[in-house]
Design a binder for this molecule. Sequence first.
Ligand code: FE2
Length: 260
Amino acid sequence: MHLPVDTKTTIKLVQFTDTHIFADPDERFDGVDTAATLKRIIEFAGTEEDWPPHLALVTGDLVHDPVTKAYQRFYSLFGELEVPVCCLPGNHDDPDCMDAHLNSGTISTTKIITAGNWRILLLNTWMRGTHAGHLPEEELNWLDTMLKKQSQGYALICLHHPPVSIASPWMDAMALDNPDDLFTVLDRYQHVKGLVWGHIHQEYTAQRKGVALYGTPSTCVQFTPHADRYRRDDLAPACRWLQLGPGNEINTWVSYADME
Ligand SMILES: [Fe+2]
């Protein structure tokens, strides 16, 4: 996908993640109506200064159970946004089902977006039968090729599973299982400036060798940082704003919706 902006433009992105939409509208995630919280955070984002963004990213666990009906509900919730929406899979998704149902109108499962001075690359860390993530060799080779081909500008990488420990044992047990393979590729390129993910349902920020690392809270239930096992946090549904500046700078912050 190509966004028609010039190289002097600051690219405005909003990230929604772990939307966990159910096929059945009466199902709940720990008592939470995930479609209602998604509507709330989308509505809230629409009142913020950076709306409309150039692009919305949805970084996995789009649905709770990967069936057609759930993706149709997801599609109708995001179809009203009037900005391009690019989606990548999480452990609760089915990449084939996503590809089949999320590639029309403004919604897409494209893996690469070019915009001004930036390239945004979306990785698939989905692995059948587990909540952990993995980057297979073909995905790593694809990333390496895309980064090698980029002769100017900067890159932002998006994925579902964290490639670093977040010091929460039950979450770390289902992180990306081959982060060293990812970092071996990234360390070859100076123009990779940021990595952003979902999965952890909480905010996380770090730096590694000049690359900014960002984990983003969910649009539904949040998890308590540093917990040994599942523990729900009482924070509101959230999204992350990212501004990708023409001179390689990334400005980012997380917005939590006010809940009535
Ligand atoms: Fe999730």
